[in-house]
Design a protein around this ligand. Structure first.
Ligand SMILES: O=C(O)c1ccccc1NCC(=O)[C@H](O)[C@H](O)COP(=O)(O)O
Length: 211
């Protein structure tokens, strides 16, 4: 049985970061996007990053940033992964990939099977695709699930992960149906928007591990 990788996204306080580390998350996401209730400034992100041990990987989330702010954020935080959650193009990400040491992930808003076909344009430009719900109020973190069967039936050509509306209650079923090797959750682990619940973080990691 393969071990499912777990990302806890939108950790914006020391308590949330510590809960995700203690629960054994593989990845912790720091959202640097002002409109989000989970937004962290670069200074805050630096402080949070300093609490995360090397065995837990740090994912910095950016949305439609220009090249200079992107470089500044990456230099300041030194994440292990940079996740792009906007309309970034394959061409631009391909260029960026040649200039940074971090792994690059691209979030794909899934509406239908066509979304998966069209995401193949990122092959060679990024290291992983993260299938999520199509943008709603925010580009991500909306708590909306996608059709997991689309992923099960697709011939994947890149490493990938599943996000969108995952919770401690549904993650085992999501893994079973989609066949994903990585799950990512944010709002389903909160008591209110932007407020992570340590108990739900623990329950999510445990449920994913036991799936
Ligand atoms: O979480 C946010 O507020 C956010 C804002 C803007 C872009 C991306 C954002 N989150 C990205 C993530 O990777 C989330 O974990 C993913 O969208 C799933 O969110 P949810 O459906 O709430 O579990």
């Amino acid at each position: 049985m393969t071990r499912t990788l777990v990302k806890v996204c939108g950790c914006n306080t020391p308590e949330a970061v510590d809960a995700a580390v203690d629960a054994g998350a593989d990845y912790i996401g720091l959202v640097h996007f002002e409109p989000s209730p989970r937004h962290v400034t670069l200074d805050d992100a630096k402080r949070l990053r300093a609490r995360i041990p090397p065995e837990t990987k740090v994912v910095l989330l950016l949305v439609n940033q220009q090249p200079v702010p992107t470089a500044m954020a990456v230099d300041a935080i030194r994440p292990d992964v940079v996740q792009f959650h906007g309309g970034e193009t394959a061409e631009w990400l391909g260029l960026l990939k040649q200039n940074v040491t971090q792994a690059l992930w691209k979030a794909i808003g899934v509406r239908s099977a066509d979304s998966l076909d069209s995401a193949l344009r990122f092959k060679g430009a990024v290291d992983r695709l993260l299938y999520d719900a199509a943008p709603g109020v925010l580009p991500g973190g909306n708590g909306v699930a996608i059709d997991w069967t689309l992923l099960r039936d697709f011939r994947h050509q890149l490493p990938w992960g599943l996000a969108g509306g995952l919770t401690p209650e549904n993650v085992a079923e999501a893994i079973r149906v989609s066949g994903t090797e990585l799950v990512d959750a944010s709002s389903g682990l909160e008591s209110s928007p932007g407020v992570k619940d340590p108990g739900r973080i623990r329950a999510f990691v445990e449920a994913a591990r036991n799936a």
